[in-house]
Design a protein. Structure first.
Length: 331
């Protein structure tokens, strides 16, 4: 019987999404590993494949000019269903792959070895694979090497996740959040997915630090972060952009939904009482913008929302402002 985590697709996807790696640009550490696989195994194709809901997406690919294929055509979708390396000596003789479009058509895969990319909590999010266009047997030594290299891929994913986390709040770092925003813009281009970007800034934060000290300011930042993260879904993103400013990326929603979510967070933050004796309350100001086809990149989108945040501050604080209204007001 398969382990529970091997059939827990919801948990597996949550583990994959925590890395915030899908649709990100190529990165040298992963490219080096696929280059090593090609060299060690003497194969024409090597890849780091991440298995998404309906596709496999390649964080690194050496030997083919593709970034993704349907999951239904993926050898790696079979690899993630086990803990051991999957070896296919001849795909044309294996009933699972005889009609596979990647076998009967380009690149005419004949043999495959894939080591699962298993996260520290036990979910297989993809595979490191060696692919050949001729039948071949992979020996135990080769499969062991492939498994070790797959562990290096997961280590790199983990290091990137840690580096992109703010130590004080547990939120994404600015770098990690900007990467998530870029990814969402690309997903919108591909599938016209709705999403909303929100920036928030804690009101009068400098005076909090000046009057009560930085430890009190840190407590306020942690509590505000906790409130915001408590209102988010698993596919949303929350990042600390610097000091007392935060970013929220709400996926699969429109402007009205984004405004409603921001208002809920604003109201909840306004209920926070400062962890000091005088009972001072905390408030925050919000800027909001829905994704559009003419938004070129993360920097442009963030700059647009920042204008709305500026207007929220200028017009009295503790409020939410939509970006298009802010732009009209500033003209």
């Amino acid at each position: 019987m398969l382990e529970a985590k091997l059939t827990d697709e919801q948990g597996r996807m949550a583990a994959l999404e925590r890395y915030a790696v899908l649709d990100t640009p190529p990165a040298e550490p992963f490219d080096r590993i696929t280059s090593l696989v090609k060299s060690i195994f003497k194969v024409p194709i090597a890849a780091v494949s991440l298995v998404d809901r309906e596709r496999q997406w390649f964080k690194a690919m050496d030997g083919l000019a593709v970034r993704e294929t349907p999951r239904s055509a993926s050898f790696c979708a079979h690899t993630i269903m086990d803990r051991t390396v999957l070896a296919i000596p001849d795909a044309t003789a294996d009933h699972r792959f005889t009609g596979n479009p990647l076998v009967v058509g380009e690149p005419f895969i004949r043999s495959y070895a894939g080591a699962p990319l298993s996260t520290p909590d036990g979910y297989n999010v993809g595979a490191l694979c060696a692919i050949d266009t001729v039948p071949r047997n992979f020996d135990e030594s080769q499969l062991g090497i492939l498994s070790s290299l797959a562990s290096l891929v997961v280590d790199e994913l983990e290091l990137r996740r840690i580096a992109e986390t703010d130590h004080l709040t547990g939120a994404m770092s600015r770098r990690g959040f900007v990467t998530a925003v870029e990814t969402e813009i690309e997903r919108h281009r591909r599938g016209n997915r709705g999403s909303v970007l929100v920036l928030l800034d804690i009101d009068h934060f400098k005076s909090i630090n000046d009057e009560y000290g930085h430890p009190a300011g840190d407590k306020v930042i942690r509590v505000v972060s906790s409130v915001c993260m408590g209102h988010l879904r698993s596919n949303d993103a929350f990042g600390r952009l610097g000091g007392e400013e935060f970013g929220i990326l709400l996926t699969e929603t429109d402007e009205a939904g984004g405004r409603a979510a921001a208002e809920r967070m604003r109201e909840r933050i306004a209920e926070i009482v400062m962890p000091v004796a005088d009972g001072r309350r905390v408030t925050a100001s919000f800027g909001i913008s829905a994704v559009r086809a003419d938004i070129g990149n993360a920097a442009a989108w963030i700059a647009e929302v920042d204008k709305a945040l500026y207007l929220a501050k200028r017009s009295g604080r503790n409020r939410c402002v939509i970006a298009d209204k802010a732009l009209k007001s500033l003209l």
